[in-house]
Write a protein that binds this ligand. Structure first.
Ligand code: AMP
Length: 575
């Protein structure tokens, strides 16, 4: 049995390391000691989750719960706990600190296995309804009563959704491979398995049960795949140079849906792989009528006004659904789901088939009122691409996505299988999707909003780090300032995210959770920002301004360092 106290010690060890290689070593040594009944839970714990997102089992207890439970188990008052927390800046540290100087000692403590702790967390997450708040605190306090100070630290961090280990998915994948083979030779099949089911716990468990053979991992209905992502180019000629003859699709600014059907069961998932089935009864009804017995497909949902030939952007589509009720909105602003890919059909995994074959399936399968194929044309000249791009803008769409006819579905990856060309905003080259990692207080007329700007980072998947790229001080409406202040003040942290590399310090750090689309004029070298840093200088956005929030994107889907570097190069080439 893997003891939680051993796991906590390894976590403490990991926190002391910063390099990925070192972390992989420490982690793989722990994985070696773990068996197939425990590895899944252990992996979830490292990820700071209880289950993949589509299961909807969220812990995320507010800090208040943590404070109550620490008080109940340590014998200190709530005020004393809060005071310690104000000093430490991390509720996990406070739990550890106060557990070390407990005023009341538990009657008996017994060693806890990782499975025991994990199942207690599940009970906390699942207790709902009347009296559930007390119930949650009770279970948590019991756990703390039974804990060493170090265990208390990680239990509290886990339940408040703030593990701070700085271990990314790539490190977990490497460590799994090293644990079984001594090297990273199984990293690729492990990664592919993870990409096509978005469930690291399940992948790890199967990997152990099958003694390291994960190559036959299959796509299955109701296990959503990580969405494929698009690269970008800034001109049609660059796209043709790269892809040659390709399929060009309209880029709809809608809500990306991944739909699963198996017999009579149907589920619809968002881009973040959360279940959205209840939100789209009209879509579900049409999926029910599809000829295929089982299918997984993807499309972009948005309302379309056929009379005015106008597409409603995603925010408006969702807003209308919320405001007018789903059925009324369905009539007035009929939804279209523009289907652009089929990943599985009648028991067959399609993800390794070329786009061309998948596209033919799209055209054969979707002929409904709501479900219809996205507009697509195969072209081979930049001029043709340009005219489709212009057509898309004139219809109020975002641009186009060009697709490699021979490419497989690149689940979870940004590869040149898909390349987007988007309209640029005003003078700007393009936009990025940045992660908000801190904010500034307002000055002068903005003081009243307690909000004066954002500090934003991009994601470096190779290093598993966030790197700052812009400080945004302009372009906010009063309403936006109010909304941002409200949203961000609730997730302030005393310390920067452990995965962040930074030089500038905002007034407040926040948990890296929200993604925002940001327009800019150019990219410049800067000593203030850490994006793509070489020596003293990193890259930064010039004249950055907020375009809109991207609630549909996760941190991992933010623009990458590599993309910013590429944009910088493109800009230099253009002179
Ligand atoms: P972006 O969000 O700007 O990185 O662009 C990629 C997104 O465009 C995808 O995640 C989809 O949600 C969306 N999209 C819109 N139309 C299409 C299409 N025809 N094919 C693929 N993705 C599309």
């Amino acid at each position: 049995m893997l003891l939680f106290s051993d796991v906590a010690e390894v976590f403490a060890e990991i926190e002391k390391r910063s390099g990925r290689l070192e972390m992989t070593d420490v982690l793989s040594a722990l994985f070696k000691r773990t068996d197939s009944t425990e590895i899944g839970r252990l992996v979830y714990m490292i990820q700071g989750i209880l289950a993949p997102p589509y299961e909807g089992i969220d812990l995320g207890l507010g800090e208040k719960f943590g404070i109550e439970a620490i008080a109940a188990s340590s014998g200190y008052t709530r005020n004393q706990v809060e005071a310690d927390y104000r000093k430490s800046g991390d509720l996990g540290d406070t739990a550890q600190d106060l557990a070390g100087k407990k005023k009341q000692t538990a009657l008996s403590t017994s060693e806890m296995g990782i499975a025991y702790v994990f199942e207690a967390m599940i009970r906390i997450a699942k207790s709902s309804g009347q009296g559930s708040q007390d119930q949650k605190i009770k279970i948590l306090a019991e756990l703390l009563n039974n804990s060493s100070p170090l265990e208390a630290r990680y239990i509290i961090r886990f339940v408040t959704g703030n593990m701070r280990l700085g271990v990314g998915d790539p490190t977990i994948l490497d460590a799994l491979s090293v644990a079984k083979t001594g090297d990273k030779s199984l990293r690729d099949p492990l990664e592919r398995a993870y990409d096509v089911c978005a469930d690291m716990g399940r992948v790890a468990k199967m990997f152990y049960e099958r003694s390291g053979d994960i190559s036959s991992f299959k796509v299955e209905p109701f296990r959503p795949l990580m969405p494929a992502l698009a690269e970008r180019e800034n001109s049609s000629s660059a796209i043709i140079e790269r892809l040659g003859r390709c399929g060009v699709e309209m880029k709809y600014d809608g809500f990306r849906l991944q739909c699963h059907k198996n017999g009579k069961s149907i589920e619809v998932y968002s881009r973040k792989l959360e279940k959205m089935t209840a939100m789209f009864p009209d879509v579900v009804e049409e999926i029910r009528r599809l000829g295929a017995e089982s299918i997984i497909f993807e499309g972009e949902a948005l309302a379309y006004d056929a009379k005015k030939k106008k597409y409603f952007p995603f925010q408006e589509t969702m807003h209308r659904r919320r405001k007018h009720g789903i059925s009324a909105a369905s009539e007035e602003y009929p939804l279209n789901l523009f289907v652009f890919d089929v990943l599985f059909i009648n028991g067959k995994d399609m993800t390794n088939e070329p786009y061309k074959a998948r596209r033919e399936l799209v055209e054969r399968t979707f002929k409904g009122k709501i479900l219809k194929p996205s507009q697509m044309k195969i072209i081979s000249k930049a001029k043709e691409l340009d005219s489709i791009f212009k057509e898309s803008l004139s219809e109020g769409l975002e641009g186009i996505i060009a697709k490699d006819l021979s490419a497989p579905y690149t689940a979870g990856k940004r590869k040149f299988a898909w390349i987007k060309l988007k309209k640029s905003y005003g003078k700007s080259v393009d936009t990025i999707d940045g992660v908000i990692i801190g904010y500034y207080l307002g000055q002068g007329s903005r003081a009243e909003f307690e909000f004066g700007g954002l500090l934003v980072a991009v994601f470096n998947p190779e290093r598993g780090r966030l790197e700052t790229v812009a400080r945004i001080g302009t372009g906010f409406s009063e309403e936006e300032m109010k909304e941002l202040q409200e949203m961000l003040s609730g997730m302030k942290t005393k310390q920067p995210a452990p995965s962040l590399d930074f030089k500038v310090v905002p007034d407040y750090w926040v948990e890296p959770k929200y993604v925002a689309e940001i327009a800019f004029d150019d990219i410049t070298e800067s000593k203030m920002h850490t994006c793509a840093m070489r020596g003293e200088k990193g890259l930064a956005l010039r004249f950055p301004r907020l375009v809109k929030m991207r609630p549909d994107k996760t941190v991992k889907e933010a623009t990458t360092t590599q993309e910013v570097e590429d944009m910088f190069k493109l800009q230099r080439e253009k002179g």
